[in-house]
Design a protein around this ligand. Structure first.
Ligand SMILES: C[C@H]1O[C@H](OP(=O)(O)OP(=O)(O)OC[C@H]2O[C@@H](n3cnc4c(=O)[nH]c(N)nc43)[C@H](O)[C@@H]2O)[C@@H](O)[C@@H](O)C1=O
Length: 346
């Protein structure tokens, strides 16, 4: 294991980028974090983590789709690890702009691999890849040997990036690794994703500021882990001399209905799922207190019924251990949103 002295983190204002920065800085390293040109450099996550203005954190504007800009930045920073988290992370949005996802996730990875190859060839690049590269897999749980068969434009863009990492490793001997991340959530998750959408809605409902929440497919089953565990594993990947690909997942599948139940329970609201079809979500029917509505606008043309990972390799090589279960995850997220909501009203 090598200590990471200077890391380049693309997408520092996102959930994973901010959590990576926190971990790397706490270990005594330097971090150069990239943000979108013209965007809020620090961002609310770095502020919530108390990292804005940190002495060992530098910010740099970067559009990773710009090949020359990637080369210039890697040459200037001379990192010993590159964590590539920037990109388009919303599966739902990728159906509306497939080429945008391809550029943001695929092209950007090629640009960074080339920048590292030319200007920092000893650096270890770790890609934030995704379980969406498996598409709608025929077998469960999925591991590093599961066939790659992306079915969404987002999944395809991450498959391109993931395959590029393996290609640069094989073709050029680059230390490049892919973290095949299953859904990983935290208090810092974007509200576009279902867990945070729910935790915020539950907080607002519990405080009487909203009546209900509209969701899409409640039957999809996903493997929801706690994001800080996943970034810790990514740091462990970068610290290893040997590059490789790792599934990061809890191994436990939960439906969106399960997560909703846990999130409402965290605020002391018991959901009563009865009936079938759309009426099924008329919770507490008769009491006039339906909390969850199904809205066709939130369904996707393709939505894998079940994604659940086997992180055995990460457990063995990296000591990866998921630390938070579904109820604990929902509780942390709802408590954070209750605190934010209360603070907003004062
Ligand atoms: C591994 C993967 O993980 C994440 O992508 P995601 O799985 O699409 O995450 P999500 O929270 O948007 O959807 C999870 C499930 O929840 C269903 N769902 C129901 N109702 C709503 C709803 O109202 N909103 C949303 N967003 N989803 C809904 C939706 O149909 C899907 O089945 C990203 O980190 C991504 O970057 C990544 O790589």
């Amino acid at each position: 294991m090598n200590a990471i002295r200077r890391a380049l983190v693309t997408g520092i204002s996102g959930q994973d980028g901010a959590l990576l920065a926190a971990r790397l800085l706490a270990a005594g390293g330097e971090v150069v974090g990239t943000h979108r040109p013209g965007g809020d450099a620090a961002g609310w996550r770095l502020r919530e983590l108390g990292l804005a203005g940190h002495a060992r954190l530098r910010m740099a504007a970067l559009d990773p789709r710009d090949r020359d800009a990637c080369a210039r930045l890697v040459a200037a920073v001379q990192p010993d690890a590159v964590f590539h988290c920037a990109g388009q992370s919303r599966v739902a949005d990728s159906f509306r702009d497939p080429l945008g996802s391809a550029d943001a996730n695929g092209t950007s990875t090629l640009n960074l691999l080339e920048a590292v190859r030319a200007h920092a060839p000893a650096a270890h690049l770790v890609l934030a890849a995704s379980a969406e590269i498996f598409g709608a897999p025929a077998t469960a749980p999925q591991d590093e040997s599961t066939p790659l068969a992306a079915r969404t434009p987002y999944g395809l863009s991450k498959l391109h990036a993931h395959a590029a990492v393996g290609t640069w490793r094989a073709s050029y001997g680059l230390r490049a690794s892919s973290a095949i991340l299953f859904n990983h959530e935290s208090e810092l998750r974007d509200e576009a994703f279902v867990t945070r959408k729910l935790s915020r809605a539950v907080a607002r409902i519990a405080l009487g500021r909203a009546a209900d929440v509209a969701l899409g497919n409640l039957d999809a089953r996903r493997d929801f882990g706690y994001a800080p565990d996943y970034v810790a594993a990514m740091v462990a990947m970068a610290a290893r001399a040997e590059p490789g690909d790792y599934v990061l997942a809890t191994g436990v599948a939960a439906s969106i209905r399960d997560f909703a139940t846990a999130a409402f329970a965290a605020a002391g609201i018991a959901l009563d799922w009865t009936g079938d079809g759309l009426a099924e979500v008329g919770l507490e029917r008769g009491s006039g207190a339906a909390r969850v509505r199904v809205d066709a606008a939130f369904f996707r043309p393709v939505d894998a019924p079940l994604l659940v990972g086997d992180a055995g390799k990460a457990r063995r090589d990296l000591g990866f251990t998921p630390s938070v279960d579904l109820a604990g995850l929902a509780r942390r997220m709802v408590e954070a949103d209750l605190a934010r909501e209360r603070a907003a009203s004062t």
